[in-house]
Write a protein that binds this ligand. Structure first.
Ligand code: 16G
Ligand code: ZN
Length: 534
C-alpha cells in the first residue's frame, strides 16, 4: 500500500507554505488550493473507517454559503454525526505533512491509533454543485483506490442527505435502521412522515423558497414529488433561485447567509406583504424564514425563532401525550441567540436552555443529553434529536384518549420527518410548515410570540485573533487579561445590555455581539466593545 499511496500522492502535491486546518466545518478555502487536502482527507477517511471496524464514513465536498470559487471537504461519522473531535487534529496533521512524509504520517497515525491495516474500509461521498467538485472528487478517488477502500459515489447531494445516507448505510438491516439506503429512500421517508404529521391540514398561503442557486434547488424539486402540495392540501411551495447551471450565481445575492447578514430578502424575491419566505444556504443545511410586514418592514424569523416554534409545539405534544413527566425536553443555543428567545423558552415555555460554543457539533452533542433536544444556531443551523427512550415512549405508550393517540401519532411522524443526524433545510422547512399548519399561523403570528432585543454583530480586524481566549460557552474572555472586566463595566451601563467578543473560527477576525433595550443603545454598546478589543 505504501508505494500506491506515494504514487497517488505525487499527483496531488501540497502547495508550498500553506498551513491547513480542519475547522468547525472541515477544510474550506479557494478550491484551487484544495487538491492535496481532499486527497489526504481520503486517506483519513480510510483510517477512520478501519479504526471503526469497517463502518462507513461519509465525505462531503462543499463550501456551503461561501462564494462559487471556494470549496471544502468534511468527514461524517458512522451515525451521521460530525467527525469526532480528536480526529480533526489527525486530519490537520496529515493535510500539513510534506509530500515526502505523507506515507510516514499515515503509518504513524495507524500505529498510534492501533488501526489494523487489514480491516476493510468503506466510504460514501457526494458534492455540491460547484464547478471545482468533479476534479476534487478525482483526488478523493485516488486516495480511496490507493488505500483499497470500498466506496459509493452519490454524486450531487445536499450535506444533510449525505449525513442521512451515512447513518442509513451503517444501520441497514439492524433494529436501529434509519431508512432505505438511497436518495429516493430519503424523499420517501420525509414525504410519508410529512403526510402523517400534517393530518390533512394545509398551511396558510404559500411559501417562497430561495435555494441560493445551490444543490438544494434540484433536491427540493425532487422532494416535491413525494409530498402533498397545492390542491391536495399540504403546502404550496414556490421555488426561486434554483439555477445550478450558472456557477457564478451560487450564493450570489441570495441564500440564508445573504438574508441573515443583509437583513433583507433576496432582490429576486417577488413575495408580497405577509407572505412566508425562506432561504437555504448553498448545501442546504441551513434555513431561515422571513416576511415583509407592511407596518414594520422586513422581519427575520431566524434559527432562534425556529427553535422556539419547534420547542413549543413538541413540548405541547409531549404534554398532550401524557409524557411530560417522563421526557426531558430542552433547548440548546449559542451566545448569539437573542436574549428574548432564551427568556421566552425559560419563562413562557418553562423549558431548560443550555448554551454551548459556536459550531454544530457542540450544540448537537448537548442536545443528545435531553430526551427531546431542540438545537439551533441563530444563523439557521439546527435540528431536533430524540433519545431512544423518547422514541420508545412514542411507539409503546398506550393512549388513554383520542387526543393522546393523536399527539403520539404526531410525535412519531415528527421523529421520522426530522433529520436527526444534522440540521437539514429540507426537513426543517417541512417541520416549520407542519407546525404553522397545525397552529393555522401566518408568519405574523409566529413573529409575535416574543420581541427580539435590538442587537448588533460587528466583525473586528485585529492584529492577532489567537490572543482572544474565551470560556463559559464563549461568553467570558479569560485572555487578554483584564479585557472581560472592562467589557462587563461597559455592559453594566446599558439597560438589558449583553455583549461578548470571541475569535472567529472561520475568518481572521474577532466577532463582537451586543444587545440592549433600544436600537441605538445596542449599536453604541457594540461599537464600544469593538473599540475595546481592537
Ligand atoms: C461554521 C459552523 C457554523 C458556525 C460558524 C461560525 C458547522 C457545520 N458550521 O460555519 O455552525 O455558525 O462556523 O463561524 O458547524 P465563526 O466562528 O466565523 O463565527
Ligand atoms: Zn451549509
Amino acid at each position: 500500500m505504501d508505494s500506491k499511496i506515494l504514487t497517488a500522492s505525487s499527483k496531488h502535491p501540497k502547495p508550498a507554505d500553506h498551513v491547513f486546518q480542519y475547522g468547525t466545518a472541515g477544510f474550506r478555502m479557494k478550491a484551487s488550493l484544495l487538491d492535496s487536502v481532499v486527497f489526504r482527507v481520503g486517506l483519513v477517511a480510510a483510517l477512520r473507517s478501519r479504526k471503526l471496524g469497517g463502518q462507513t464514513i461519509g465525505v462531503m465536498i462543499t463550501a456551503s454559503h461561501n462564494p462559487p470559487e471556494d470549496n471544502g471537504v468534511k468527514l461524517v461519522d458512522p451515525m451521521g454525526e460530525m467527525l469526532e473531535n480528536s480526529w480533526e487534529a489527525y486530519s490537520t496533521e496529515l493535510a500539513n505533512a510534506k509530500d515526502e512524509d505523507v506515507v510516514k504520517v499515515y503509518r504513524s497515525l495507524e500505529e498510534k491509533l492501533k488501526i489494523n491495516p487489514d480491516t476493510a474500509s468503506r466510504v460514501i461521498y457526494a458534492r455540491d454543485t460547484r464547478p471545482s467538485g468533479p476534479k476534487l472528487v478525482q483526488a478523493l478517488l485516488d486516495a480511496l483506490h490507493a488505500t483499497g477502500t470500498e466506496y459509493t459515489d452519490y454524486k450531487l447531494l445536499t450535506t444533510p442527505q449525505l449525513h442521512y445516507l451515512t447513518r442509513c448505510t451503517n444501520t441497514e438491516g439492524t433494529p436501529q435502521s434509519y431508512g432505505e439506503v438511497s436518495e429516493k429512500g430519503y424523499y420517501e421517508k420525509l414525504g410519508k412522515a410529512f403526510k402523517r404529521a400534517m393530518k390533512g391540514k394545509k398551511t396558510v398561503g404559500s411559501v417562497t423558497v430561495d435555494c441560493a442557486n445551490g444543490v438544494g434547488g434540484p433536491k427540493l424539486a425532487e422532494l416535491l414529488k413525494y409530498i402533498p402540495t397545492g390542491s391536495d392540501g399540504g403546502v404550496d411551495i414556490k421555488i426561486i433561485n434554483d439555477d445550478v447551471l450558472k456557477a457564478e450565481v451560487l450564493n450570489h445575492e441570495c441564500g440564508a447567509d445573504y438574508v441573515k447578514t443583509k437583513q433583507r430578502a433576496p432582490p429576486s424575491s417577488k413575495a408580497g406583504n405577509n407572505e412566508r419566505c425562506c432561504s437555504f444556504d448553498g448545501d442546504a443545511d441551513r434555513i431561515i424564514y422571513y416576511f415583509n410586514d407592511p407596518e414594520h418592514g422586513f422581519r427575520l424569523l431566524d434559527g432562534d425563532r425556529i427553535a422556539t416554534l419547534a420547542a413549543s409545539f413538541i413540548g405541547d405534544l409531549a404534554r398532550e401525550a401524557g409524557l411530560a413527566s417522563e421526557l426531558k425536553v430542552g433547548v440548546v443555543q449559542t451566545a448569539y441567540a437573542n436574549g428574548a428567545s432564551t427568556k421566552y423558552v425559560e419563562k413562557t415555555l418553562g423549558l431548560p436552555v443550555v448554551c454551548t460554543p459556536t459550531g454544530v457539533k457542540w450544540l448537537h452533542h448537548a442536545a443528545t443529553k435531553f430526551d427531546v433536544g431542540v438545537y439551533f444556531e441563530a444563523n439557521g443551523h439546527g435540528t431536533v434529536v430524540f433519545s431512544q427512550q423518547a422514541l420508545k415512549a412514542f411507539s409503546t405508550k398506550e393512549p388513554e384518549s383520542p387526543a393522546q393517540a393523536s399527539a403520539l401519532e404526531t410525535l412519531r411522524a415528527l421523529a421520522d420527518l426530522i433529520n436527526q443526524t444534522v440540521g437539514d433545510a429540507l426537513s426543517d422547512m417541512l417541520l416549520v410548515e407542519t407546525i404553522l399548519a397545525h397552529k393555522s399561523w401566518t408568519p405574523k403570528e409566529w413573529d409575535l410570540t416574543y420581541t427580539d432585543l435590538p442587537n448588533r454583530l460587528v466583525r473586528v480586524e485585529v492584529a492577532d485573533r489567537n490572543i482572544f481566549k474565551a470560556t463559559n460557552a464563549e461568553r467570558t474572555l479569560v485572555e487578554p487579561q483584564g479585557t472581560q472586566a472592562r467589557l462587563d463595566q461597559l455592559v453594566s451601563k446599558f439597560k438589558d445590555g449583553r455583549s461578548f467578543a470571541r475569535a472567529s473560527g472561520t475568518e481572521d477576525a474577532v466577532r463582537v455581539y451586543a444587545e440592549a433595550a433600544t436600537r441605538s443603545e445596542a449599536d453604541d454598546l457594540a461599537s464600544k466593545i469593538a473599540a475595546l478589543v481592537k
